[in-house]
Write a protein that binds this ligand. Structure first.
Ligand SMILES: *Cc1c(COP(=O)(O)O)cnc(C)c1O
Length: 433
């Protein structure tokens, strides 16, 4: 399979090139030249997440240098549980994507990308530095995934004082080939510093850099696999397609579900839940696409005013009418998040994270509107990552899962950095030596 930019469908690259580059040279996002077509029967021999992922992703890897490694990459990356838990009403499930090392769904994509990159970097090349700006979960997932991989380094930029104490601890606790910088500025400052460094050719000559943000194909493609696995599991037991309600910020997780459905997996309705950042709900209600500055909410990993994967929607659905019919998008404000956290605990005994609560609220709205049939609420993070929101509301302590507890028990350090591209440049050169 070849891959082209959303801004240019004439020239194409192989998968390895697209994985290493992150963004296409023209500023567009890489997309596959075509989508493979499957039926559930094609997966009859596959049960585990790794086996299903290997079969689903084989056409995307065809002809690439990594093709022969795909099964091993999947086995190494997807070695943790993926529960599809029924709730008491018999028509609702929770797809728990938070059983990886950093307790959020980003572990799937980050681990897959890391296992690809470590195979693409030859030992006679200088180390490749993965530069990530993060508002919390991405940085931790990338750090955990690349930690101690040979010939790869990670530099994390996060806004000092604007991530939760547990998130800050996670970012700073790795050491070895991972360095965390706490930037005296906002997430936008971190992101623009990272972008400038990645675009700085002279710097790249001295310090080879790459990114691992949510536009990377190496994160997007593997995320299709958990939708495949969950929908196939449901299909085998019930012979009906499973719908999904997905907490959404940059559209990475949601796009993977939409692509999996387009590849023929037995997926029903897809509904997206945003927080009070309403760019997508307004667009899907018929307005112009109007990206804007984000506002802060309780579901902070979805505080996005310009969803970075939006350009890929136009590739999947060139027709704007068809696009608006492909799925629905609903906004959930902070009051509704609080109420849903409490009501989900009372009704089902479930403690959700604030992002997952957005999806739970949207499903409630759909049910009130008459939607029947099986749906899975996609749970994107463990509630213990957002204990400051969840614990006072529910009046109980949320114990971190073992993997997260192990990270929190390590010592953590982060170096201070001014929100200045020149300061970052200097540090990158210094730490690369
Ligand atoms: C990143 C994140 C999201 C948003 O995912 P996108 O792919 O950006 O839409 C939702 N919930 C949690 C917990 C996250 O970390």
């Amino acid at each position: 399979m070849r891959f082209h930019s959303t801004r240019d469908d004439c020239s194409s690259v192989d998968l390895s090139t697209a994985l290493l580059a992150g963004l296409a040279a023209d500023g567009g996002l890489y997309v596959p030249d075509s989508l493979p077509s499957f039926t559930p029967a094609d997966f009859a021999a596959d049960d585990s997440m790794a086996a299903i992922a290997t079969r689903l992703l084989t056409p995307f890897f065809a002809g690439d240098a990594l093709a022969g490694e795909l099964a091993a990459i999947c086995a190494e990356a997807f070695d943790f549980p993926l529960p599809l838990k029924p709730l008491a009403d018999g028509e609702t499930w929770v797809l728990e994507l938070f059983h990886g090392p950093t307790a959020a769904f980003k572990d799937f994509g980050a681990r897959f990308l890391a296992r690809c990159m470590t195979r693409l970097r030859r030992s006679d090349q200088p180390p490749l530095t993965i530069l990530v700006a993060t508002s919390g979960d991405t940085g931790a997932a990338v750090a955990a995934a690349f930690h101690r991989l040979p010939n790869l380094k990670v530099v994390i930029l996060y806004p000092d004082g604007r991530v939760s104490p547990r998130q800050a601890h996670q970012l700073g606790c790795f050491g070895d080939n991972v360095r965390a910088f706490r930037v005296a500025g906002s997430f936008d400052d971190c992101q623009s510093m990272a972008k400038q460094a990645l675009a700085d050719r002279e710097l790249q000559q001295r310090v080879p850099l790459s990114s691992a943000n949510s536009i990377s194909l190496g994160r997007l493609l593997p995320q299709m696999a958990y939708y495949a696995q969950a929908s196939l599991r449901h299909w085998r037991r019930h012979a009906t397609p499973l719908g999904f309600v997905i907490p959404t910020g940059n559209l990475g997780n949601a796009l993977a579900a939409i692509m999996a459905r387009a590849c023929g997996l037995p997926i029903g309705e897809i509904a997206l839940a945003t927080n009070a950042n309403r760019v997508l709900p307004e667009f899907f209600a018929g307005a112009e696409y109007r990206p804007r500055a984000s506002i802060a909410t309780l579901a902070n990993a979805m505080d996005v005013g310009a969803p970075s994967n939006f350009e890929r929607l136009g590739w999947l659905y060139p027709d704007a009418v068809a696009l608006r019919q492909a799925f629905t998008v609903h906004a959930v404000d902070d009051d509704e998040i609080r109420r849903t956290l409490v009501s989900s605990h009372e009704r089902f005994g479930e403690v959700f994270c604030p992002h997952t609560a957005c999806a739970a609220r949207v499903l409630e709205t759909l049910r009130e509107g008459g939607a029947s049939g099986p749906f899975a609420i996609v749970a994107t993070a463990h509630p213990a990552k957002f204990e400051q929101v969840v614990e006072p509301l529910l009046g109980l302590a949320v114990a971190p899962p073992a993997s997260l507890a192990a990270l929190l028990a390590r010592p953590a350090t982060a170096e201070p950095l001014q929100p200045d591209p020149a300061a970052l440049r200097e540090r990158l050169i210094a730490v690369s030596g």
